[in-house]
Design a protein around this ligand. Structure first.
Ligand code: HEM
Ligand SMILES: *[C@@H]1O[C@H](CO)[C@@H](O)[C@H](O)[C@H]1NC(C)=O
Ligand SMILES: *[C@@H]1O[C@H](CO)[C@@H](O)[C@H](O)[C@H]1NC(C)=O
Length: 523
């Protein structure tokens, strides 16, 4: 899933020998699991014969996942195929009809939570309550999303200051910046302006703590995943940084949350000056044990985990696309300047930036989906059966081939070509009402290809019942950032026409973490 995509791959390269040893040992054990392999009538793309072959196939898959999935995608139209991972077979469901069926299956049949619990080993890396009671998702879907328009002025203010501080440009001089780390700082700061407000959103140690924890969850989750399930309760807690991170976070969040709990205890939910922030949106829903300071701090960390890397990698990829295909700059700059001149900065004015919306969606289409997306665990006793009778056994994992879907010429004309205004042209052709895109627009209105619209052939935010609840905020924030950059800065590629290659590892894919662009203030 895209959440995994966004883990910092650069950190993968820095694995210490000790870590590699753990990898090796654990991998050896997993041979057992592979050779104990399930009997299945569903075709395996590679490595179905014997232990060694399965094992090398799993290693091959680790390095060439996108190609392997693409191969399966071509070979089994609308079929389901299996790919070997180090531990088990993973099922991949091809065809948009299957995306629809997978995305609408209820939790007690295809479990999103168990998918997350498995891929991130969240029971250990974050705590089992994150998946058994994912109420922070409801706070994002509810309070946070409802308050976006009202909180926009603060978000806008933080964007202006964050770019200023992070880029630290001198007048009139081109500067080389490493894109991802710079954008990560801007995004972390801006998101936390909304989540926890000033002054904490500018506290560097707090921001780094959140950025580091996300990386830690993904890397350590992968390592815990290498142990057979029976050993995880022993090694999981040792490998996870959950306890130390929460303790560290309490240094910043503790007094703030304590005070809020006190106030809520005294006045309930209505008190003059109750801040409009994530703590309040969480407190609107939290019950029992969740109304304790460390538990609330954990939810703030978890929301940051879902928000920062995903949004940072999205904007980073968009900036690589912008500098690689610079013919998009002027039309989008003209659009941003015109809309701002007419309406000023607001959430509503961003909805009128159709080219910018289209550009970000196109950038996500080509680079933001991993080889596989929307992982679910089959939890129903009898497995999960697609409408055509294909059954996936209980206990296995099924997902959709994200990248392959997005590159399918049946879904998109000239699918492999970056065409930033693909969706804004479609919007003009369709005419009709231009809804703000605020409501999940699957099947509603004439135009349903906003940045936030999920579809069977557009799964960067997932699709259906678990579609990302943070995407309305993400789109608002990212469009505001891109518009701000277009209006205030010139950007260009380090080498004309050369896009820094994406980093790929296993099913993960993300924009180059070391890539650079040139930037200067506009006069
Ligand atoms: C461009 C940025 C983002 C991308 C690409 C993204 C992508 C995703 C994806 C793919 C999923 C899983 C969907 C599925 O498997 O069906 C997800 C879930 C989630 N996202 Fe996002 N996300 C982004 C930004 C955010 C932000 C800013 C927040 C918080 C403010 C957020 C909060 C969440 C939460 C809480 C879930 C879990 C939903 C659940 O429990 O059902 N995301 N996101
Ligand atoms: C996958 O599904 C798509 C859309 O239905 C179809 O065009 C494509 O040929 C299929 N490919 C494979 C290999 O299954
Ligand atoms: C985050 O990680 C970096 C690099 O590993 C480290 O230098 C820094 O001290 C960490 N910061 C926090 C607050 O955890």
């Amino acid at each position: 899933m895209t959440l995994i995509t966004s883990a910092t791959l650069s950190s993968m390269e820095n694995l210490e020998p000790k870590t590699l040893l753990i990898y090796g040992l654990a991998a050896a054990v997993t041979i057992y699991w592979l050779c104990s392999g399930e009997k299945s009538t569903i075709p395996a793309i590679i490595g179905s014969k014997g232990v060694i072959s399965s094992y090398t196939a799993a290693l091959h898959y680790l390095r060439h996942a996108t190609d392997v999935i693409q191969q399966g995608y071509r070979k089994y139209p609308d079929g389901v195929f299996r790919v070997p991972t180090l531990f088990r077979w993973d099922y991949v469901a091809n065809g948009t009809q299957r995306v629809a069926e997978l995305s609408s299956a209820p939790e007690h049949i295809l479990s999103f939570s168990e998918g997350v619990a498995d891929s991130m080993q969240s029971d250990y890396t974050m705590g089992s309550e994150i998946t058994t009671n994912p109420y922070h998702g409801a706070a994002v879907r509810g309070g946070l999303t409802r308050n976006l328009a009202r909180c926009f002025p603060q978000v806008r203010d933080e964007i202006v200051h964050a770019f200023d501080d992070v880029l630290a440009l001198n007048d009139n001089e081109w500067k080389e910046i490493q894109v991802l780390p710079s954008i990560m700082q801007v995004v972390a700061r801006t998101s936390n302006r909304l989540f926890v407000g000033l002054p904490l959103c500018r506290q560097q140690e707090f921001l780094d703590l959140n950025i580091n924890y996300t990386v830690s969850i993904f890397i350590r989750g992968q390592i815990i995943n290498l142990f057979p399930a029976i050993f995880r309760p022993i090694f999981g807690p040792l490998i996870s940084t959950r306890k130390s991170t929460v303790r560290h976070a309490l240094k910043f969040l503790g007094p703030m949350i304590d005070e809020r709990l006190e106030k809520e205890g005294e006045y309930g939910r209505e008190w003059p000056g109750r801040p409009n922030d994530l703590i309040s949106w969480l407190l609107d829903i939290a019950e029992g044990e969740e109304r304790k300071t460390p538990a609330l701090a954990l939810r703030i960390l978890a929301t940051n985990m879902a928000a920062i890397h995903t949004s940072s990698t999205t904007l980073t990829a968009a900036l690589y696309d912008l500098t690689t295909y610079p013919e998009h700059i002027l039309p989008m700059r003209e659009e941003a300047e015109r809309v701002i001149a007419e309406e000023g900065w607001s959430k509503a004015s961003l909805a009128n930036m159709h080219k910018i919306d289209s550009f970000l969606r196109e950038s996500q289409r080509l680079t933001a989906a991993g080889a596989i997306s929307m992982s679910r665990k089959v939890v129903a006793k009898d497995g999960f059966t697609f409408s055509d009778g294909v059954t996936i056994p209980r206990g296995s994992f099924v997902s959709v081939p994200g990248t392959a879907i997005h590159y399918d010429p049946d879904n998109y004309e000239h699918a492999a070509v970056f065409d930033g205004f693909r969706f804004s042209r479609l919007r003009e052709q369709r005419g009709g009402p231009t809804s703000s895109g605020d409501e999940p627009s699957e099947g509603t209105g004439f135009f349903n290809r906003h940045m936030v619209s999920t579809a069977q052939d557009h799964v960067v935010f997932g699709h259906g019942r678990h579609a990302c609840p943070g995407r309305f905020f993400a789109a608002t924030e990212l469009k505001a950032m891109l518009a701000h950059m277009l209006i205030n800065y010139d950007v260009k590629a380090m080498t004309e026409g050369v896009r820094p290659p994406d980093d790929c590892f296993g099913v993960m894919r993300m924009p180059n973490s070391r890539g650079k662009i040139m930037i200067r203030k506009r006069v």
